[in-house]
Design a protein around this ligand. Structure first.
Ligand SMILES: Cc1cc2nc3c(=O)[nH]c(=O)nc-3n(C[C@H](O)[C@H](O)[C@H](O)COP(=O)(O)O)c2cc1C
Length: 174
């Protein structure tokens, strides 16, 4: 590539790809951990694998690398406050929050659009992030809750599209 690589322009271009917002949770040596994440994606159906990436500057990265399991919560519309709570670096992210306990003793949040309880599968070096691939052991979804969206550095909402026929899964073979 020639010329200077413009990182801000790169980020803006990536922001044109809308994502949902997830909060990953785990418990490591008795400490509850939670982190807001938009880098979640599906990876494999068989085996059931998903992926997410964590910035190497994250204070809790060494603990995420030790975790025996994680829960990935897909936030629903109206859960921006939960997203902001788990995106902060300071303070106790868990103060006053109610949760249940799932596989691997992992905290489970309420009111989400979907949840995946996972075990670690692989962790890869990936530039300034670590790429986590996780095996899904149990999941639940609430189709009545619309997901919270994130695009261009802002939260957004899905517009009603119930009048349109779903295009997925496509009637083709891969
Ligand atoms: C919408 C949104 C998406 C985010 N996605 C990611 C992500 O995919 N990976 C990541 O490492 N940090 C992401 N962050 C930032 C982390 O949530 C934040 O840096 C982290 O909670 C800090 O953790 P620490 O207390 O361990 O340093 C995101 C923040 C927001 C608000």
């Amino acid at each position: 590539m020639t010329g200077v690589f413009d990182q801000m322009a790169f980020r803006r271009a990536l922001g044109q790809f809308p994502t949902g917002v997830c909060v990953m949770t785990t418990k490591v040596e008795g400490e509850l951990l939670g982190m807001t994440m938009s880098s979640f994606n599906s990876l494999s159906l068989d085996p059931a694998l998903v992926l997410f990436s964590i910035d190497k500057r994250a204070r809790s990265l060494p603990q995420w690398e030790q975790a025996r399991g994680y829960a990935i919560h897909v936030l629903s519309e109206g859960q921006q406050a939960l997203s902001n709570r788990f995106a902060g670096r300071q303070g106790d992210k868990w103060a006053g929050l109610e949760f249940d306990t799932g596989l691997f003793d992992v905290p489970l949040l309420h009111g989400v659009a979907a949840r995946f309880e996972c075990a670690p599968h692989q962790i890869h070096e990936a530039g300034d992030h670590r790429l986590f691939i996780a095996r899904v052991d149990r999941f639940t979804a609430n189709p009545d809750r619309r997901p919270l969206l994130f695009t261009g550095g802002r939260y957004g909402a899905v517009q009603s599209n119930t009048e349109e026929a779903p295009i997925w899964p496509l009637a083709i073979h891969y």
